[in-house]
Design a protein around this ligand. Structure first.
Ligand code: ADP
Ligand code: MG
Length: 261
């Protein structure tokens, strides 16, 4: 059996580079020879769209309904291999996910449904890493991701408003650890979209001072190449373009990350 590591990439703030981190960490792990599955756990479908998938019929939401309705199903029918990036993905779908978010409230053991889906993936014995791209919220959907994973990776945009979100997320992680997932671990905080501005530098210093054990040495700069990679549907780490500093930074982050898992 493979020792599958499940990592949730989470931050309740939108636009802090969760999805960008998921795709680049995933592709960098593939470059190192690991088998990687990405799970799009966001109704917005950003990760799925990045990989060229829109409105998938077999999506993580419909897999969740199979568990809720106790229907037998084959999880491999939900997994799509993406040639360009070398990763596999279970896509999201907006309508199913929005409905799921409401329906989950009245499901027994509502926080543990995604864990049951992920267990089916682990039982395939195919993947070294499963990376869950979380939605921007602290709701029951996030609880599901925190209950299904072993580790949480927190991208924090190097901006004061983003820094302010971290304590609440850490509290929620502690709650889930106490109640539902005792082995849950915070892998670390990665500062993203770092700039030369004073605000950006100040935020990074605050992270280093207040979370010395959590902050990764590797930081991710704000570079247009990162945003443009969505157009080519290719992770930055797969391009050797000279101006692509983000690729080097994400590869360094993955070296640190492997040490910590
Ligand atoms: N290092 C970076 N430099 C410049 N733009 C970035 C960088 N990382 C992410 N972005 C852009 O910022 C926006 C938000 O990133 P995204 O990964 O979608 O965040 P989230 O998933 O947290 O909402 C996207 O348009 C993305 O292309
Ligand atoms: Mg996202």
């Amino acid at each position: 059996m493979k020792n599958t590591n499940v990592i949730a990439v989470a931050n309740q703030k939108g636009g802090v580079a969760k999805t960008t981190t998921v795709i680049n960490v995933g592709a960098a792990l593939v470059l190192k020879g690991y088998k990687v599955l990405l799970v799009d756990w966001d109704p917005q479908e950003s990760l799925s769209n990045f990989l060229g998938i829109y409105g998938a019929k077999n999506n993580i939401g419909s897999a969740m309904y199979n568990v809720i309705n106790k229907s037998d199903f084959d999880i491999s029918e939900y997994i799509i291999f993406n040639e360009k990036n070398g990763v596999s993905v279970i896509p999201s779908e907006l309508n199913t996910m929005n409905k799921l978010e409401k329906d989950l409230i009245s499901v027994r053991s509502k926080e543990t449904v995604l864990r049951k889906v992920i267990k089916k993936v682990i039982d395939l014995d195919e993947f070294d890493y499963i990376i869950i791209d979380c939605l921007a919220s602290l709701n029951v959907m996030l609880d599901n991701a925190l209950t299904a994973c072993d580790n949480v990776l927190i991208p924090c945009q190097a901006a004061p408003i983003s820094y302010a979100a971290v304590p609440n997320l850490l509290l929620q992680i502690e709650d889930i650890k106490d109640d539902l997932n005792e082995n849950l671990k915070v892998l670390g905080i990665v500062a993203t979209m770092c700039e030369r501005s004073n605000n950006s530098k100040m935020t990074v210093s605050m992270l280093e001072e207040n979370y010395p054990d959590l902050i990764f040495k590797s930081k991710i700069d704000r570079m247009a190449t990162a945003a443009n990679s969505a157009i080519t549907e290719k992770a930055c780490v797969l391009s050797n373009a000279k101006d692509n500093k983000v690729a080097i930074e994400y590869r360094a982050l993955v070296d640190e990350l492997i040490e910590r898992v």
